[in-house]
Ligand binder design. Structure first.
Ligand SMILES: [Zn+2]
Ligand SMILES: [Zn+2]
Length: 132
């Protein structure tokens, strides 16, 4: 399904930001392009998440574009490593992790709706910077 104008605007803004943005930060940027209501941004984000183009980071209450669309859509489990110092985010898609969790989900007959794995800590760059 093609994206609506609002969905495309939200996606482009997230791609250009190259960092996670909250719905309100997005709205601030998109006001200049005619978006007025938070609901417009939330609706667009919801669709983009459903289509696997955007991920929601629960602990940051923010959104990032997907860096591995093919793997994410093929049932890989997505994890994010979030640096607390600089905010850098690495998206990790690991088929083994997906298989491992998938076995548990199947075994326990758990009806999984969504999953977000978030690793919090300090990225390699920030560790080097603080060691100097
Ligand atoms: Zn992804
Ligand atoms: Zn960092």
């Amino acid at each position: 399904m093609p994206l609506t104008d609002n969905q495309q605007r939200v996606l482009t803004t997230l791609q250009q930001a190259q960092r996670p943005l909250s719905a309100y930060a997005l709205l601030d940027i998109l006001r200049a392009q005619g978006l007025r209501a938070p609901a417009q941004v939330y609706r667009a984000l919801e669709r983009l998440v459903q289509q696997g183009l955007v991920h929601r980071l629960e602990t940051l209450n923010a959104y990032v574009t997907c860096n591995h669309p093919r793997d994410c859509r093929n049932g890989g489990v997505t994890a994010f490593a979030i640096c607390d110092s600089c905010g850098h985010i690495d998206e990790i898609v690991d088929i083994d992790l997906g298989n491992c969790l998938g076995r548990w989900v199947k075994h326990s007959a758990f009806a999984m709706r969504d999953s977000t794995i978030e690793l919090r800590g300090t990225c390699a760059g920030c560790q080097r910077a603080s060691a100097n």
